[in-house]
Design a protein around this ligand. Structure first.
Ligand SMILES: C[S@@+](CC[C@H](N)C(=O)[O-])C[C@H]1O[C@@H](n2cnc3c(N)ncnc32)[C@H](O)[C@@H]1O
Length: 290
């Protein structure tokens, strides 16, 4: 055993005591971050290279600061994104919904599909679509000025790493309720991971103390923002266009009925995340006038 591996074992036990969900993984990822190596190269860090600043970052994680705020990075599908105070850390659950959107866009017979990502936060969904559907044009809407700064940074970072995304994601400032009025009736796909937690619910410290409040809470039943997304999607989509909206695991049945046939929605479906929990709803818009 090297000194670093011994220290990682002690750190993992300290993180477990602090209630961290994946203590060993986090202890290793913090060690990799501090020592500037990949997780797979940790065993090869010589004893003399052990950096005692490791313990500062372990203490931050033990106080339940999110791992991604400590490393400054979050991974989302094939993207490496910068995150920190003021922006929602993108989640694995959202990768599945984004994958559904990417598959749908690829199946559409549209040369340059137009996408609206409502509440873009770090830009995770918008950038993943731009990266994986190179012909797409993505409009990313965000009301929170701090979050928008992170999105701007990630749009530039992504353009440098994947030049085909340059100029394909346009960031819009403002409330998604009135967003993109110029695009009414012309959008191919609307996607959103909006705030959806019922006010007063318990959330872990990593969420409640570090994700921005505007990214989390959405009225008594958690559905206020989703109802707005439904109205905005109805306005923005062309006939035959699709909507995808994320929700909390217990909200699947309620969100299904936010997209009823009487309102012009067709093929409303519930979808599960990788853990098998209800996670997002999709529907197709049928404009009766067309
Ligand atoms: C749960 S976060 C999702 C961020 C990102 N799309 C993701 O999946 O990682 C919701 C985002 O919507 C933004 N938001 C909330 N209400 C909004 C509104 N009315 N108009 C525009 N953005 C809003 C929040 O600031 C936050 O960045």
């Amino acid at each position: 055993m090297t000194l670093l591996l011994d220290e990682i074992a002690v750190a993992a036990s300290r993180l477990a005591d602090a209630g961290v969900e994946s203590p060993r993984t986090d202890a290793e990822l913090i060690a990799a971050h501090v020592h500037g190596v990949s997780r797979g190269a940790l065993h090869a860090v010589p004893d003399a290279a052990f950096d005692p600043r490791y313990w500062d970052d372990v203490a931050r994680r033990a106080s339940r600061e999110p791992l991604q705020h400590i490393t400054g990075l979050a991974y989302f599908r094939y993207l490496e994104l910068e995150v920190g105070p003021g922006v929602f850390v993108p989640r694995q659950e959202t990768e599945v919904m984004t994958g559904w959107a990417i598959d749908s866009l690829r199946e559409m017979d549209v040369a340059e599909p137009v996408v609206a990502d409502l509440g873009t936060g770090s830009g995770a969904i918008a950038l993943a679509i731009a990266q994986e559907v190179p012909a797409a044009r993505v409009h990313a809407v965000e009301a929170d000025p701090l979050a928008r700064q992170w999105a701007e940074r990630n749009i530039a970072r992504c353009a440098a790493a994947a030049p085909h995304t340059a100029g394909r994601v346009t960031l819009h400032d403002g409330d998604f309720a009135g967003a993109l009025a110029d695009a009414d009736g012309s959008v191919d796909l609307v996607i959103s991971n909006p705030p959806y937690i019922p006010v007063g619910s318990w959330v872990p410290p990593e969420v409640g103390e570090y994700d921005p409040a505007t990214a989390l809470w959405s009225g008594q039943d958690g559905l206020d923002a989703i109802r707005v997304i439904e109205r905005v999607a109805r306005r923005l989509l062309r006939s035959g266009g699709q909507v995808a909206v994320e929700h909390g695991a217990p909200q699947g049945a309620a969100v299904y009925w936010v997209f009823p046939e009487e309102q012009g929605w067709r093929q409303t479906r519930n979808h599960a995340d990788l853990a098998g929990r209800d996670r997002f709803v999709t529907a197709a818009w049928q404009d009766e006038r067309s």
